[in-house]
Design a protein around this ligand. Structure first.
Ligand SMILES: Cc1cc2nc3c(=O)[nH]c(=O)nc-3n(C[C@H](O)[C@H](O)[C@H](O)COP(=O)(O)OP(=O)(O)OC[C@H]3O[C@@H](n4cnc5c(N)ncnc54)[C@H](O)[C@@H]3O)c2cc1C
Length: 388
């Protein structure tokens, strides 16, 4: 049977791989680094143990993400937070915001004097979508509105790698898929329009004529491998700082502070985790300076922390956290013989776990439709009729 070769074990590649393996399609997943998860992952640190590289917030309205979690048996691996209630703002401000939502252009066209702009929308747009107001198109916000209107937001109950990634690898393995770490694809070899070999640093893997390739790598890397792809969108950095928790409240909570140097804070019994999703300005500063500034901001929010020195902390930098949304045409997932996946295919939508898994699932469906008829998996149903 034809094999589907998937390049990149981020959530998009994992969504594609687990869906295909579930349908009994032979899958080989190649990952450049020594771990899966890509931009959704956790790492070990001497001072604080395992910490996440971002405060990955999702919504129960993220249907493709929920589908992925269900498939890997992790649908109850999340902790949910009640979303903040609608703020008390003048009715006229709401009317203006609704008019803006029905139109076109950027969200930042909402006038500065509208209370909802900086007091409500900006922290959400930065914290959840990782976009500055001036880059967030109204159309994208409309598309994402369901997420904001849900009464709950969700995060990994323990850590992203443990809750979202390891179960996917176990599921894939249980269904017969193979994962190859330390395999960075450097080149595709072609015979006319057909790819014949995958080139990695130390080996070259031949492809059978019916084999299919899914490229689930970030936009800039996909462009390097397939130069005919549109030039990738500019990427922006994110910084997450985890402090050893000195917070009095031990119930987990999620806060979107207004007028603060951070976009989101997650409080748990062990940590106070602070995220700057749009970190272009903070990026050149040293880790120490960033941690000190964020600790001062936390002290302002919680006066009882005021006399305490900066606790042990870990600063995590992600230089290319996600793209800046832009009013460009989406990239076609089917590029000749190659199928694309990843969070960057629709430049109008911010990079999210929902978008990444949606494109992973779409790539798997395209691959299944492309398998030769005789190899195509069939859904099998077993009916057990009760005799009573
Ligand atoms: C700090 C931060 C905070 C975030 N917060 C949120 C949030 O709150 N909510 C939300 O929904 N989303 C959030 N996101 C976005 C979300 O994490 C990403 O959109 C998603 O993880 C992207 O998945 P992907 O599979 O498309 O890409 P990636 O995760 O980048 O996966 C691509 C994989 O391909 C591998 N690779 C690259 N080149 C090669 C090669 N040549 N050969 C083989 N493998 C290769 C990479 O190592 C990587 O594992 C956040 C991201 C960051 C960085």
């Amino acid at each position: 049977m034809a094999t589907v070769h998937i390049i990149g074990a981020g959530v998009s590649g994992l969504a594609a791989a687990t869906l295909l393996a579930e349908r009994h399609v032979p899958v080989k997943l190649y990952e450049a680094s020594t771990h899966a998860g890509g931009r959704c992952r956790s790492s070990q640190h001497r001072s604080l143990g395992t910490v996440d590289h971002g405060l990955y917030v999702t919504s129960p309205a993220d249907t493709q993400w929920q589908r992925y979690l269900t498939r890997i048996g992790a649908s109850d691996a999340t902790v949910t937070f009640a979303a903040p209630p609608l703020p008390r703002a003048p009715l006229a401000d709401y009317a203006q915001a609704l008019l803006m939502l029905g139109g076109h252009g950027q969200v930042s066209q909402l006038p500065a004097e509208n209370w909802l702009r900086e007091g409500w929308l900006a922290p959400w747009v930065r914290g959840i979508f990782g976009q500055a107001m001036e880059h967030m198109p109204v159309g994208a916000l409309r598309h994402q509105w369901r997420r904001l209107c849900r009464r709950h937001l969700a995060m990994a109950a323990r850590q992203a790698s443990e809750d979202y990634i390891s179960p996917a690898l176990s599921t894939l393995e249980a269904w017969g898929g193979s994962v190859y770490f330390g395999h960075a694809l450097s080149k595709l070899e072609w015979d006319g329009a057909r790819p014949t070999h995958l080139h990695f640093a130390r080996k070259k893997i031949p492809l059978a004529p019916d084999d299919i390739i899914i490229l689930a790598v970030p936009g800039p890397i996909a462009h390097g491998l397939l130069p005919s792809l549109p030039v990738p969108l500019p990427m922006q950095p994110a910084i997450t700082v985890h402090f050893h928790s000195l917070h009095r409240e031990t119930v987990p909570s999620l806060v979107f502070p207004v007028d603060a140097p951070m976009d989101m804070i997650r409080y748990s019994a062990e940590r106070m985790s602070v995220s700057i999703r749009v970190a272009t300005r903070a990026w050149p500063r040293s880790d120490g300076a960033i941690a000190a500034q964020l600790w001062r901001a936390l002290q302002q929010l919680h006066p009882y922390l005021a006399q305490l020195p900066t606790p042990p902390h870990v600063v995590i930098r992600e230089k290319q956290a996600g793209h800046t949304v832009a009013p460009l045409t989406p990239v076609d997932a089917q590029q000749g013989a190659i199928i694309l996946a990843g969070d960057w295919l629709d430049p109008l939508q911010p990079a999210t776990l929902e978008i990444a898994t949606a494109h992973g699932h779409r790539a798997a469906e395209l691959a299944m439709a492309q398998l030769p008829q005789k190899h195509r998996p069939t859904q099998q149903h077993f009916y057990l009729n009760s005799r009573n």
